[in-house]
Design a protein around this ligand. Structure first.
Ligand SMILES: *Cc1c(COP(=O)(O)O)cnc(C)c1O
Length: 227
C-alpha cells in the first residue's frame, strides 16, 4: 500500500515534469471505496491527504472510525438529492454536481449547515449513456443557474473517460474537458472558478496530468483491485 502510493506519486511527478508542470499543483485523491481501514491508514502514512468515496453512507461510517486521520474527504461518485443533507456535513468537496436541482438542494442544506460547499461540475464528455454528468452544451446554463446560489462554490470540472485499453485513448476526453473549462472561465460568471480539473484514474492518470488535471481520482493503483 505505502509502496503503491509512493509509486503513483512518482508517476504523477514524472508526468508533470514531462509537460513542464509543477508536481505540487496536482493532488491525488486516493479513492478508498470498499477499502478496509488498515489499508487506508497505510496510504495516509505514505502521504495520502485526500480520500475519495463514492457512497455517502459507506463514507459516513468510515469517517467516524478514521476521524483521527489528517485528511480531507471528497465525494467522487454520483450524489442523490436525498443524500445531500449528509454530504454537506461530511465532505470538503463534491465532484459530481450535475443538475440545477441538485445544486439548489446543496444550497439549501449548506445554508442549514452554515457552510460554503465547494463542488465540481461533472461533464459527460464522451456522451456514453451509462455515464453521469451534464452534456457539454448544458454546462453554460447550469453554471449560470449555480452562479446565483451563494453557498455552492464551483471550483472546476470533473469527467470520467470511457474504459480504454491504452491510456492514450483517453487523451481526447481530457483535452475536451480542459477546453471546456477554458471556455467557461471566459464567461465571466460571478463566483465560478475553473481552476480545478478532476480527471484521470488508474487506467489513464499520467495522460490526465499531461492534459492539465489538478485532481486525480486513483483507487486500484493505490489499494489494489476491489472485491
Ligand atoms: C472508483 C472511482 C475511481 C477510481 O477508479 P480506479 O480505476 O480504481 O482508479 C475514480 N473516480 C470515480 C468516480 C470512481 O467511482
Amino acid at each position: 500500500m505505502a509502496d503503491a502510493y509512493r509509486k503513483v506519486a512518482e508517476q504523477v511527478a514524472e508526468a508533470a515534469l514531462r509537460v513542464g508542470r509543477r508536481p505540487e499543483e496536482i493532488k491525488i485523491v486516493a479513492v478508498s471505496k470498499g477499502v478496509d481501514d488498515a489499508r487506508i491508514r497505510e496510504a495516509v502514512t505514505a502521504g495520502a491527504r485526500i480520500l475519495g468515496e463514492n457512497r455517502v453512507q459507506e463514507a459516513q461510517a468510515k469517517m467516524a472510525r478514521l476521524a483521527d486521520l489528517p485528511v480531507a474527504w471528497h465525494l467522487v461518485g454520483h450524489l442523490q438529492t436525498n443524500k445531500v443533507k449528509y454530504a454537506v456535513k461530511l465532505f470538503a468537496c463534491l465532484h459530481s454536481l450535475d443538475s440545477v436541482r441538485l445544486a439548489e438542494e446543496i444550497q439549501r442544506r449548506a445554508e442549514q449547515a452554515g457552510r460554503v460547499m465547494p463542488a465540481l461540475v461533472e461533464v459527460n464528455v464522451s456522451g456514453e449513456a451509462t455515464k453521469f454528468g451534464v452534456p457539454p452544451r448544458e454546462l453554460r446554463p447550469l453554471l449560470e443557474a449555480v452562479a446565483r446560489l451563494p453557498l455552492v462554490k464551483i471550483e472546476g470540472l470533473m469527467t470520467m473517460a470511457p474504459v480504454v485499453s491504452r491510456s492514450e485513448e483517453a487523451r481526447p476526453y481530457f483535452q475536451a474537458l480542459r477546453r471546456l473549462a477554458e471556455e467557461a472561465a471566459g464567461w465571466g460568471l460571478p463566483g465560478i472558478s475553473m481552476r480545478e480539473l478532476s480527471m484521470g484514474m488508474t487506467q489513464d492518470f499520467p495522460v490526465a496530468v499531461e492534459e492539465g488535471a489538478t485532481l486525480l481520482r486513483i483507487g486500484t493503483a493505490i489499494f489494489g483491485a476491489r472485491a
